[in-house]
Design a protein around this ligand. Sequence first.
Ligand SMILES: Cc1cc2nc3c(=O)[nH]c(=O)nc-3n(C[C@H](O)[C@H](O)[C@H](O)COP(=O)(O)OP(=O)(O)OC[C@H]3O[C@@H](n4cnc5c(N)ncnc54)[C@H](O)[C@@H]3O)c2cc1C
Length: 201
Amino acid sequence: MKTEVVVIGGGATGAGVLRDLALRGIEAILLERDELTSGTSGRNHGLLHSGARYAVNDPDSARECLAENQILKKIASPCIEDTGGFFLSLPQDPPNYPEELLRACKGLGLPAEETPVAEVLQKEPALSPKIKRAIRVPDGSIDPFRLIRANVEEAERLGAKFFPHREVIAILTDGRLIHGVLAKDSRNEEIFQISCRDLGR
Ligand SMILES: Cc1cc2nc3c(=O)[nH]c(=O)nc-3n(C[C@H](O)[C@H](O)[C@H](O)COP(=O)(O)OP(=O)(O)OC[C@H]3O[C@@H](n4cnc5c(N)ncnc54)[C@H](O)[C@@H]3O)c2cc1C
């Protein structure tokens, strides 16, 4: 087989990269040694971060996270439940963190607002009644299985190819540039080669 780009791994990264390449008209093949989402992407908490958790200590990551959150809510809404999220302060937490968080979020244009604790406990009765303060942020819940499947299906519709149960076992180089991979079909041990465009060209 021959293609421009070989993408290794059918998790969130590989599926997103495959779709991005397909949208740009770049020929690509995705190889996954198991099934889609069989790695970390199928074992996470499904939290669609708003960036609030990074707002105080890592504003650049927070900005990127917020932009991604907003894009995903627009282009992948069937995979997202717009639950919102809370940052909660307990008696043992640093007392000035809520102020710091609110200030940092405001500086980033990240909508965060203080919510009365009684209201939060009414919505989420299993939370600790010891909560001191609560800040609502635009976190959400994301279904990684649906999102990754949708990315791959859209990429395939645009001409990309996806092969599950194919493990990349070697990267082929001429000593300097990568020009292909060797992969193994885990169901029958068959080994095949895919040539791709040299990175230098
Ligand atoms: C406990 C936990 C909770 C998390 N919770 C969240 C959360 O709530 N929200 C959030 O946004 N992020 C969360 N994350 C982070 C998020 O899950 C990861 O950033 C994301 O899944 C990484 O995706 P990936 O595609 O890079 O890796 P993976 O999903 O691991 O995909 C890599 C794939 O590559 C395949 N592979 C590996 N080697 C080969 C090979 N040689 N040939 C072919 N295929 C191969 C694997 O089988 C795998 O499917 C969490 C992470 C952890 C560990």
